[in-house]
Each structure stands twice: as C-alpha cells, then as structure tokens.
Design a protein around this ligand. Structure first.
Ligand code: NAP
Ligand code: ZN
Length: 354
C-alpha cells in the first residue's frame, strides 16, 4: 500500500474530511495493521478542536484501534498475518526510565509517543491515528485481541476501558470496595462494567436523570443524580474511590465529601485548570481524602484488561457509524447523546478511496 486513506481534521474549526498520506516504511520490529474498527473518544474531539492548544493539522485522530495484521517486519515474533490485533493510545516510549521498566509506558519520563498528533520517535515522521485504513506500530506496542472478544465492539477497551481499568487495579478495587463513577459516557460506562466485574458495589454519579435506568442496566447498584443537592448531601462518606470522567471544568468539591476516610477522587477528564470553583482542602484534611489523576494505562495492563474482558464477557456498548457520519457524531458527543461509544466501521473509508 503506497497511499493510506484516512479522515482528518484540517484545522481547529474545520470539519473532518478525506485525507491521504504516505505511510512510513515497515521496520524490522513493526507490525502493519489493516484497521477494521476505531472507537471515537472525547479526546479525539478535544484534539481536533485544539481545546488544549498545540494540535497540529491535518490531524487524523483515533486511538481505539482493532484490525488484522497485514504485514510484519523480519524480527517480529508475536504476530503473524491475519491475527486480530489492537492499538491503543501509545505507540512507543523510551524503554529505559523507571516507568517504562515498570511496564507503565503511559508514564514514560521521557514522554510516551502517542498514537496521533505526535511524531515518530525514530524518524520524526508525523503520526496519524485510527480513522484510517492502516497503521504501522512497533510490535511491543501492539495488543492481542483474544478470540473470546467480539471484534466489532472491542475497540473502546483500548482507551475508555484501560483508562478505567488502570485506576481500579492501582487502587486495588475488589468485592469489598464501594466505587462511584461520575459521568455516564464512553469512559463511565466501562467504569461501571469493569468495577462490577471486579465485584465492587458501584454507584453512577450523573447530571442526567434520564440515564438512571441505563446506569442500572449497565450494572450500577445505585444512581446518584448530581444536580439533586439533597441526595448528594445524604451520600457523604460513602465511597472508597470516585472515578470522575467529566470532560469539562466542574466543581469537584461536592464529590470529595462523598468519599469515606482515606477515599480517593481520581480525575480522568482532560480538563486542565479547575477554575469554576477552587478546590477546598477542608474535606481532604478532615478525612485524609485525596485527589489524584490517572492517565490511560501501560501495555501489560492493557493486555490484562483485554484478557479479563474476554474471560468475563465484558464488552463496551457501541453505536456503529460510517466515517462519513463523524462530524455529526462529534456534535452528539458534546450533547452526551451516545450509548455509549461510537465505533467507526473503517470499511466505510473504501467509499472515499473509490
Ligand atoms: P464522553 O463519552 O463524552 O462522556 C463524558 C460524560 O461526562 C458525559 O456523558 C456526561 O455524563 C458527563 N458530563 C458532565 N458534564 C459534562 C459536560 N459539561 N459536557 C459533556 N459531558 C459532561 O467522554 P469520554 O470519552 O468518556 O471522555 C471523558 C473525558 O476523559 C474526556 O475529557 C477525555 O478527553 C478524557 N480521557 C482521559 C483519559 C485519561 O487517560 N485520563 C483517557 C481517555 C479520555 P452524564 O450525563 O452522565 O453526567
Ligand atoms: Zn481516548
């Protein structure tokens, strides 16, 4: 394949549309994947619209990638042609720092190489994401999709799934834990399913009363509507951990009081500065509560997640779209109108190729 077809954002304000590029040469330790499905993360939207500054265009988003191995380099041993494989948010890291040696490449002290809107570590070539026909990635950053996982709906595990799994594992959530998940979107719905899979008692914290039934259907034992101040006040000292997936600036102080002593509010939304309401240290000091963050996950724990989901039959709830629907999908994402992850059927790109 000499030219790869994709969909790209041309600028922060422009709609995504057809784009083609020359892929990099296959290196000895590379795997080329023909992409079948790619999930749509809220991060894709943040990146395309330059919410954090620094986005470079044309920008091909997509870091929830599932496909089939189409080519392998001469030293590749783990994958062969036709294997179902996946790529998440990372495609490389330094390999030498403490985090990389601990299998936490996501926290590489020399900055991990992200799947898109980044430059290749070796040759500096621009990297494009999964809204594309194919991707070429180092073997050690490719994941194996176990045969028990449905290929069509597995893609969101690669970002939404691992972003929830990593803190659940790091803070040792188990059948005695009381977990709350704030925001029922792509990340949130996986948080509910995975925390339930680990045996925890799970509560959904949502601003949307209309999502209560779905929250329970997805496995939540309880639902707390965050706009109901009286109900929030009654729920103080309840949770060991809150996984907060809200993507925009919001007041986190009410959440802190919901934590038990030693509880932890884990911020996952890529908010930047919390400005709306300053953080009050009172609830932290009065019950040794913490505020922390967590960013995606390492390669080893992502494989662990895929294997766990295959064994437990846990899958994302997806709405399949064609690439031509992506701009509408972004508008729906902003409105919270998705149940609960859009996945692009990459076959639809063939209409662009003609
Ligand atoms: P999403 O599907 O759009 O879901 C976000 C949910 O947050 C919404 O469904 C909504 O749920 C709630 N929400 C509350 N206030 C909102 C507001 N003002 N606007 C929109 N939604 C609001 O997003 P996602 O893909 O799960 O991503 C969530 C955030 O995590 C994004 O900022 C994304 O960039 C970030 N992220 C972080 C990591 C990481 O490594 N930490 C990885 C992936 C994504 P309710 O209606 O139930 O309240
Ligand atoms: Zn993501």
């Amino acid at each position: 394949m000499t030219t790869v077809f994709a969909y790209a954002a041309p600028s922060a304000s422009g709609e995504l549309g057809p784009f083609s590029y020359e892929p990099r040469n296959l290196r000895n330790d590379d795997v080329e994947i023909k992409i079948l499905y790619c999930g749509v993360c809220h991060t894709d939207l943040h990146k395309c619209r330059n919410h954090w500054g620094g986005s470079q265009y044309p920008l091909v988003p997509g870091h929830e990638i599932v496909g089939k191995v189409a080519r392998v380099g001469t030293s590749v041993t783990k994958y062969k042609l036709g294997d179902v494989a996946a790529v998440g948010c990372l495609v490389d890291s330094c390999g030498n720092c403490r985090s990389c040696k601990d299998g936490l490449e996501n926290y590489c002290e020399n900055a991990p190489t992200l799947t898109y809107d980044a430059d290749d570590r070796k040759d500096g070539k621009r990297l494009y994401g999964g809204y594309s026909e194919s991707i070429t990635v180092r073997e050690s950053f490719v994941l194996r999709v176990p045969s028990g996982l449905d290929v069509k709906s597995a893609a969101p595990l690669l970002c939404a799934g691992i972003t929830m799994w990593s803190p659940l594992r790091n803070w040792k959530v188990n059948s005695k834990s009381k977990v709350a998940v704030a925001g029922l979107g792509g990340l949130g719905h996986m948080g509910i399913k995975l925390a339930k899979g680990l045996g925890a008692h799970v509560t959904l914290l949502s601003r949307s009363p209309g999502k209560a039934t779905d929250g329970r259907r997805l496995g939540a034992d309880d639902v707390l509507i965050t706009t109901d101040e009286a109900a929030v006040a009654r729920a103080s000292n309840r949770f060991d951990i809150i996984l907060d997936t809200v993507p925009y600036d919001h007041d986190v102080n009410p959440y802190l009081s919901l934590l038990r002593r030693d509880g932890n509010l884990v911020l996952l939304g890529l908010i930047g500065n919390i400005q709306a309401t300053p953080l009050n240290t009172g609830p932290m000091l009065s019950a040794r509560r913490s505020v922390s963050g967590s960013g995606i996950g390492g390669i080893q724990e992502t494989q662990e997640l895929l294997d766990f989901c295959a064994a437990k039959k846990i899958l994302p709830d997806v709405e399949m779209i064609a690439i031509q629907e992506i701009n509408d999908a972004y508008e729906r994402l902003i409105k919270g109108d998705v149940k609960y992850r859009f996945v692009i059927d990459i076959e639809s790109l063939s209409k662009v190729r003609g």
